[in-house]
Design a protein around this ligand. Structure first.
Ligand code: SF4
Ligand code: SF4
Length: 389
């Protein structure tokens, strides 16, 4: 939310439980700090709530936006009189239905929200795109009047973190995502394509579930860790910047921040961000980090900060980090192979299907789709010197 045309506001509410009533109250507080849900949606509108449904996983794994956070948003929308509310994501592995089912959302009371299918694609031309000028969105995206982005606080091999900016990639139909990684093959270019999605669909409100975050080998195989916060903003870059402060990561090292700011969807400059909490006027980002942060949060902080080299840190990361399979954990399911977007595959069963797949690092574009999709957490990205050639 721009204040005096200069600052973006991020509301932060402390919440240390997924108890539904507590989360609902906390979400009401957060949205009210930004002016109330009516600031973002009109009851007559068709609203799509977009959680992070990376893949079918239990809520405790912190892989997805927690169902309590989704229900909290559905209740706020119902309280505001919204009667046309859909929710959904187009996961890279599995379907929206299978992820929702795993989270217990298919049969429970959802306060009037209806699950979207998200499997039919509609091509949308976007001539204003700076990097991406066409998208294959799920049909429901093109039919929605308003999108509310319910992202999850997680680490990410390509972009270091996944938050409000990255979460919109799920608006692209699942089977198109791998091709997007080929078309936008490094962290910077991919971040620019994400910013173009924001510029195209303009989500009205971003909410981050950081009650239990994922650190380490995210976004699908990391370790759940309590961060006890919910974040709210209409600026996705500012929101992700608060996430960075909470985990002691220089916001400038996150391509979705730098490219998002360069392309006008928000700001990561601390003098342009205002953080507010219930009962307090304002809290500085340094205080956010000092009082509520976790400097031991396991996130990739490698690279040279605040120098010309930092602009190339994502490129350096791509060169120096490579995905590696833990042979003990691998069950030879082939999901990594099928999700590799490189023509001719950069990972394949070269030694037969009774052996783990093998990488061809000369072909690999370091998109980390294989790591993201592995159901056994058998793939990690490692520095080159830590791996055998
Ligand atoms: S997805 Fe994971 S478990 Fe399946 S073959 Fe690949 S590395 Fe092994
Ligand atoms: S091997 Fe993995 S990281 Fe490399 S291009 Fe294929 S999916 Fe991406």
């Amino acid at each position: 939310m721009k204040q005096e045309n200069t600052k973006s506001t991020v509301a932060m509410v402390i919440c240390d439980t997924y108890d539904e009533e507590t989360v609902y109250e906390a979400m009401g507080q957060g949205v009210d700090l930004l002016g109330g849900i009516q600031r973002f949606v009109d009851p007559a509108e068709k609203i799509l709530v977009k959680p992070n449904f990376l893949s079918p996983a239990a809520p405790e794994s912190a892989t997805t936006t927690h169902p309590a956070v989704m229900r909290g948003m559905f209740r706020l929308l119902q309280d505001a009189g919204c009667q046309n509310v859909l929710y959904g994501d187009s996961p890279g592995h599995g379907s929206c239905r299978s992820v929702a089912k795993g989270l217990g959302l298919e049969t429970e009371e959802l306060y009037g929200a209806v699950m979207a299918d998200m499997s039919q694609e509609v091509r949308v031309d976007f001539p204003e795109g700076m990097t991406a000028n066409e998208f294959y969105f799920a049909k429901e995206v093109t039919e929605a009047d308003a999108i509310i982005n319910l992202c999850k606080m997680k680490t990410h091999s390509l972009e270091r973190v996944t938050g409000a900016v990255k979460n919109v990639y799920g608006l692209i139909c699942g089977h198109r995502k791998a091709a997007g990684h080929v078309k936008y093959p490094n962290a910077t270019v991919f971040a620019r394509a994400l910013a173009d999605i924001h510029r195209c669909v303009k989500p009205r409100l971003h909410v981050m579930d950081g009650i239990v975050a994922m650190e380490g080998n995210g976004p699908g195989s990391g370790t759940p860790t309590p961060m006890n916060v919910l974040l709210f903003s209409d600026d996705p870059v500012a929101l992700d910047t608060v996430f960075c402060y909470l985990v002691d990561l220089d916001p400038e090292m996150v391509p979705t921040n730098t490219q998002g700011q360069a392309m006008g969807i928000g700001t990561y400059q601390k003098e342009k961000i205002r953080v507010i909490m219930p009962g307090q006027q304002e809290i500085s980002l340094e205080e956010v980090a000092r009082r509520y942060g976790n400097p031991d949060f396991d996130v990739d902080r490698a690279g040279v900060k605040k120098s010309w080299l930092s602009r190339y840190s994502d490129m350096m990361t791509a060169i120096t980090r490579r995905p590696v399979i833990d042979k003990e954990k691998c069950i030879k399911c082939g999901i990594c192979v099928s999700h590799c977007p490189v023509p001719g595959k950069a990972i394949d069963f070269k030694k037969g299907k009774d052996q783990p797949p093998v990488y061809d690092y000369k072909k690999c574009i370091r998109c980390y789709c294989c790591q993201e999709m592995c159901p056994q957490s058998a793939i990690r990205s490692r520095k080159r010197k830590e791996t055998k050639k």
